[in-house]
Design a protein around this ligand. Structure first.
Ligand code: ZN
Length: 307
């Protein structure tokens, strides 16, 4: 399986346009020891022919242009991107769908509740269904294993599992009562015919034993690295929400992901969806060294991984 990390930052990217935190400031000044990053986006393929996007980031258009494997191959209109799996309806997971609107046939896999938010609450997504044979919406449910892009002979399959019950703030209050809690936020286990297994979890509210068991079964985990500490945003902004209230387990601390996942056996574990305020982005700092010493990597835009 081929995995491309097109973007690795949390919503807002790094630097974020209106943020003047230590990290963002240092990037703009050219003094930062580390990389700037676009908003998290991953693409996977079994053999490099048909590609599946995991979510659709607001930076998708420039991310596709930066990745030759995703460029058109035939004359006229063409794309090796054949589908998208959505893990939720947060803006940084779905806004990029609007960059895929140029009448291209695509399959979008999402839960019935996420589909309802996009198709019934937000008329702008009707641009994806202006003509016949444009976007097919395929409903998936937590706990299900489903083939993806079977029509393209993709060699990929996917298992989705529920990670949380929080819907984005923009979901209309009238529609909210019909949304199923377990369909709000998914983790994905993507498998290919070659036997490689990728666990994709850019948003993780909490880690329990069943989640650890799922991660144990994967060869590579791309895991929520949004915040270093629970009160990170409050420290930077002087106010705001905690990481846990925003649905992200912090990396550090006694109940953080580094400790909770310290027992994982298979080698490769990578943080994605890293917020611009996270001190582990600074490669000269103690947080970066702690993460690396614990056997974790921090994803960078442009990484290519083969399983
Ligand atoms: Zn910042």
């Amino acid at each position: 399986m081929r995995i491309r990390i097109l973007g690795s930052a949390a919503g807002g990217g790094f630097p974020q346009w209106n943020c003047n935190c230590r990290n963002c400031q240092a990037v703009r000044a050219g003094t930062f020891r580390g990389k700037s990053r676009s908003q998290t986006q991953v693409a996977v393929s079994h053999d490099g022919r048909a590609w599946l996007l995991l979510n659709a980031s607001p930076d998708l258009r420039t991310q596709i242009e930066a990745t030759p494997a995703l460029h058109p191959r035939k004359a006229g209109r063409d794309s090796p991107i054949a589908g998208v799996v959505l893990t939720g309806a947060d803006l940084d997971q779905v806004v990029g769908l609007l960059s895929l609107r140029e009448l291209q046939p695509l399959r979008i896999y999402c839960t019935p509740s996420v589909r309802r938010i996009l198709q019934e609450d937000n008329s702008v997504f009707a641009m994806l269904n202006r003509v016949p044979n444009q976007v097919s919406w395929i409903e998936i449910r937590p706990g299900e294993n489903f083939p993806v892009l079977a029509e393209n002979d993709s060699g990929l399959s996917c298992t989705a599992f529920s990670l949380g019950s929080r819907y984005p703030a923009y979901a209309s209050p009238e529609g909210a009562s019909s949304l199923v809690p377990e369909e709000a936020l998914l983790g994905l286990l993507v498998g290919s015919q070659s036997g490689g297994r990728l666990a994709y979890l850019p948003t993780v509210p909490a880690v329990d034993e069943s989640l650890v068991a799922r991660l144990e079964a994967a060869d590579l985990r791309l895991f929520d690295g949004t915040f270093w500490s629970d009160d990170e945003l409050i420290q930077v902004q002087g106010s705001g929400s905690t990481a846990r209230k925003m649905g992200h387990i912090p990396v550090s601390g006694a109940e953080g992901s580094l400790r909770k996942l310290a027992g994982l056996r298979h080698p490769r574990r990578v943080f994605v969806h890293v917020n611009n305020t996270n001190p582990m982005l600074d490669e000269s700092g103690p947080e970066y060294r702690e993460v690396r010493a614990a056997g974790w990597e921090i994803a960078e835009d442009g990484w290519s991984i083969e399983l």
